[in-house]
Design a protein. Structure first.
Length: 243
């Protein structure tokens, strides 16, 4: 049997968020009808991840619906996996950075009315983990290339700098007006709404159930399954002695 795909969402008080995530997972199921796809939240929404894992048997791959490395990926998911001692678990990489995310960001910007040449602020939640900011900067650089070389500045709703309003003002001070905001969020929520309000130009919708995001969820799952199935190579004593 294939390992169960457990998509891990952060959770939000915004009632639109769980619906958006469920719609995304319906797209995933359409792409892979025979795969058992379930949902668990880190906090705020049901089902919580630990409760979902209690209902799974055999093996599972946790696919974080998160866009970079940070505390949730590095600590919370491994802690949940450790508590689910009845399962063989592999934790997939976060969704970002990846070209499929960039394609989704590009299409959301075009849908919002972005015009060629206009600068963009890539708005994400933010984290105190420097790896999270590094991942956002990589995505900003990739998006800038996709947009034809326009400036794309990574900015954050909390915990890191620059903030989205500061990034918009800095671009405007350099003569870059009608600054668009690309919403680097998987679902609607308080941070996404706050960031969109800072735009001087178009404000893109969150990534949501974009088809590219559904394909990326399965790609991260497949990568983790391959690692889960790979045999552990045991070094020959002679190899160890001569290494």
């Amino acid at each position: 049997m294939q390992p169960t795909l457990v998509a891990v969402a952060h959770g939000s008080r915004d009632p639109r968020a769980p619906h958006t995530v469920e719609t995304l997972l319906e797209r995933v199921r359409e792409l892979r009808p025979r795969l058992d796809v379930r949902l668990g939240h880190i906090e705020l929404n049901q089902p919580l991840l630990d409760d979902t894992l209690d209902q799974v048997s055999g093996a599972a791959v946790l696919v974080p619906l998160l866009l970079g490395r940070g505390t949730h990926v590095k600590r919370d998911l491994p802690a949940s996996a450790a508590r689910a001692g009845h399962l063989r678990i592999r934790i997939a990489a976060p969704l970002g950075p990846h070209p499929l995310l960039v394609e989704a960001l590009y299409e959301r910007l075009v849908e919002a009315g972005w015009s060629a040449g206009s600068p963009v602020v890539l708005a994400s939640a933010g984290s105190r983990d420097p790896d999270s900011a590094a991942d956002a900067r990589v995505t900003a650089a990739l998006l800038g290339e996709r947009l034809g070389g326009v400036p794309v500045v990574a900015a954050y709703a909390s915990a890191a700098s620059p903030t989205v309003p500061d990034a918009v003002r800095a671009l405007a001070a350099r003569g870059r007006h009608r600054v668009a905001v690309a919403s680097y969020f998987t679902a609607p929520g308080r941070f996404a709404t706050q960031c969109a309000a800072a735009a001087q130009g178009p404000a893109a919708a969150p990534l949501g159930a974009h088809p590219a995001l559904a394909r990326l969820v399965l790609r991260r799952y497949d990568e983790a399954v391959a690692a889960l199935a790979a045999p552990v190579r045991r070094e020959h004593p002679l190899e160890l002695a001569t290494a």
